[in-house]
Design a protein around this ligand. Structure first.
Ligand code: NAD
Length: 256
């Protein structure tokens, strides 16, 4: 028996075994959760995700491009049909056009800005709206942010602006969802080597700087993001909503 035995969740944002969403899924599986997954519609995304989650017995594995309202609706209809309810949601999704991330923020195109905001920030709102009616006994939602939403991290550019919007959306969503006993929080994660991180120029420099400045003197382990997500998604954090919790070895509390 684990803390999540008989709890059902949807995980949006596993791309491969390096994804933060996968680290969180592994922690949830260890505690007995039943998990459904979404992936990008491409055949290669589907193959990678199925290879990971089918051996775990996932009953719901569906394509979902969060830019499509129809995709989001179809996924949550399928959640209703498959499980009848939802206890928690993991949103671990972001995108910005890589070529635009390489330019100064000042040069960002209107189109690129809207695309990044749509996928990285609006998608949380869309997913919460679709998930809430399925959380009939209350629920918990977690999304993943980064310190670049609070301070300037050169090269992070529009993603930082998206993370600021994401973190503040968490507060407004906490307000709207609180009446239904649905909690929502963000984890602000230290830099992890993932597919998305490959699009951030100077990412290795950011990681090196991180280990020098963080009080714990090291990078965050993926499993540490998993255990914090367990806390935020379980009743151990029943009084916590609208928060952004830094899991960053203390990096964000240090000035110089
Ligand atoms: P990742 O590439 O493994 O995950 C990003 C996910 O976003 C992928 O699964 C991808 O399929 C999904 N995605 C992108 N566009 C999408 C769309 N249109 N529709 C549906 N899904 C889409 O990388 P990750 O680092 O695990 O990123 C997960 C989250 O963690 C992101 O929000 C990222 O900004 C955040 N984060 C990452 C780091 C880091 O250093 N890697 C640090 C802090 C926060």
């Amino acid at each position: 028996m684990g803390v999540f035995t008989s709890k059902t969740g949807l995980v949006m944002g596993v791309a491969n075994d390096r994804s933060i969403a996968w680290a969180i899924s592994e922690a949830l599986y260890q505690q007995g959760a039943e998990l459904g997954f979404t992936h990008l519609p491409s055949p290669s995304s589907q193959r990678r995700v199925r290879r990971l989650v089918e051996p775990r017995g996932a009953r719901l594995i569906l394509p979902c491009d969060v830019q499509s309202d129809a995709d989001v609706a179809r996924v949550f209809d399928a959640v209703r049909e498959t499980y009848g309810k939802l206890d928690f949601l993991v949103h671990s999704i972001a995108f910005a056009p890589p070529q635009e991330l390489r330019n100064p923020y000042l040069q960002m195109s209107r189109e690129g800005w809207h695309l990044a905001m749509d996928i990285s920030a609006y998608s949380l709102l869309a997913a919460c709206r679709a998930a809430a009616p399925l959380m009939t006994a209350g629920g918990a939602i977690v999304t993943i942010s980064y310190y670049g939403g609070e301070k300037v991290i050169p090269g992070y550019n529009v993603m930082g602006v998206c993370k600021a919007a994401l973190e503040h959306s968490v507060r407004y969503l906490a307000w709207d969802l609180g009446q239904q006993k649905i909690r929502i929080n963000a984890i602000s994660a230290g830099p992890m080597r993932t597919l998305s991180a490959a699009g951030i120029s100077g990412f290795d420099r950011i990681r090196d700087h991180f280990t020098q400045k963080a009080p714990l003197g090291r990078n965050v382990e993926p499993s540490e993001l998993g255990t914090t997500a367990l806390y935020l998604l379980s009743d151990q954090s029943d009084g916590v909503t609208g928060e952004t919790i830094h899991v960053d070895c203390g990096f964000s509390v240090v000035g110089i």
